[in-house]
Design a protein around this ligand. Structure first.
Ligand SMILES: Nc1ncnc2c1ncn2[C@@H]1O[C@H](CCC(=O)c2cccc(C(=O)O)c2)[C@@H](O)[C@H]1O
Ligand SMILES: [Zn+2]
Length: 373
């Protein structure tokens, strides 16, 4: 059994993608061997946002193209800009980056570079959450938008071997107009992209009750899409219950407050409804005060299926490898425990059976070949 992760042997440093280390990188700690194991471990990422994954290089390049933007062009200044006082502040900053994505070429460049960053971390499969409403309402033609993400998806598969699929989400605070538009783009066969597999709900939860979106999720599910709304990130367990009962959620984005409701934890465990846990995101948006208070351990103790994700990695000064190191420390995992986390994410994904078996076999081969301590 290799040394367990511990702060004393912290070898964290900046995440693999070169963004300045965020609020939990140091806490990730970890032996060099375990970091090396994580770096080579084949993974699947199920909760990561398109615009939220724009690297400092991409953001500064786009900001330089649009001098009217308040987004800094200098990567160092960007690290300060990506420091949030609360969730509402995070959304403001997030939207200022959305404003930078103005042309189909911006969309294609962003998507391809996000795929490159995922491939660099041995991500074999990712479900990337895209908010098409936010881009089409800012003037990007919907057909050109879909062509741009599909071009990038096919290029990523051909050049990096990384499979991308899309989740289209409703920015809930933008209301039912956004819900209608997102549902149309996700269900009209004349426009919906080939890579689309799921349908979500993002943005602030406070003042945005989930039940109002039931008609839209019903239409998306009827069109064959899988339901994966955010819930319980900045509000209590009732939002998670609502996502389950009204939106028929198959997985829950974050679900952090589920730990406050034993019955909810039991329900999630019994029905194998995975939580898409994003530890550093919860700290960076102040949804959770400190890592040691993060409920990840409670979820595992209650038998809930958890997947580890980065949410908006450059904005939170993290990446998926760092999130695995954080999870290893919080759950006291060794290589086998980490491999099981990765396999659980593959199982909870919407990839077809053959694809799941292929990635899980790769995880097993990699782990079996890892030198024993
Ligand atoms: N951790 C997160 N938790 C929740 N969401 C997250 C998280 N990370 C990223 N997002 C994304 O933030 C956006 C929010 C966009 C939004 O609220 C909004 C409000 C009003 C108008 C408009 C507009 O476009 O006109 C947009 C969503 O696209 C969502 O996918
Ligand atoms: Zn999210």
């Amino acid at each position: 059994m290799t040394d367990r992760l511990d702060a004393a042997s912290a070898a964290a440093g900046s995440p693999a993608t070169g963004v300045p280390a965020g609020p939990t990188a140091a806490a990730a700690g970890g032996s060099r061997e375990l970091h090396a194991f994580i770096a080579g471990l084949p993974k699947a990422e199920l909760h990561v946002h398109h615009v939220g994954s724009a690297s400092p290089r991409i953001v500064s390049e786009l900001a330089a193209r649009h001098p009217d933007s308040k987004v800094p062009t200098d990567p160092e200044a960007l690290a300060d800009y990506f420091t949030f006082t609360d969730f509402a502040h995070f959304i403001d900053v997030y939207l200022s980056v959305v404003d930078l994505i103005r042309t189909p070429e911006d969309v294609r460049l962003l998507t391809y570079e996000v795929a490159r960053d995922l491939a660099r971390q041995q991500v074999r499969y990712a479900e990337l959450t895209i908010t098409p409403f936010s881009s089409t309402r800012r003037g990007i033609d919907e057909r050109a938008f879909m062509d741009a993400i599909e071009d990038a998806r096919k290029a990523a598969e051909a050049e990096f071997g990384t499979l991308l699929r899309w989740c289209f989400d409703i920015p809930g605070e933008a209301g039912l107009e956004a819900a209608e538009e997102t549902t149309r783009l996700a269900t009209d066969d004349r426009i919906r992209p080939e890579g689309l597999v799921s349908f979500g709900l993002g943005g602030p939860e406070i003042g945005v009750p989930r039940p109002q979106f039931k008609p839209y999720f019903d239409r998306a599910i009827a069109a064959g899409l899988r339901s994966v709304p955010h819930a319980g990130e900045t509000t209590g367990p009732q939002t998670v219950w609502d996502a389950l009962t009204h939106l028929r959620a198959e997985r829950i984005g974050h679900g952090t407050s589920s730990a406050q409701d034993e019955k909810l934890l039991a329900h999630l465990a019994e029905h194998r409804i995975a939580l898409e846990v994003c530890p550093t995101s919860n700290i960076a948006t102040r949804a959770v005060r400190t890592l040691d208070e993060h409920p990840l351990k409670e979820f595992v103790k209650a038998g809930v299926l958890v997947t580890i994700n980065s949410d908006d990695p450059p904005m939170f000064g993290t990446d998926l490898d760092t999130e695995y190191a954080v999870a290893a420390r919080l759950l006291d995992l060794d290589e086998r425990g980490l491999a099981r986390l990765a396999a659980d994410a593959v199982d909870a994904s919407f990839l077809d059976g053959a694809g799941k078996s292929r990635i899980k076999d790769e995880i097993d081969t990699y782990t079996a070949g890892w030198p024993a301590p």
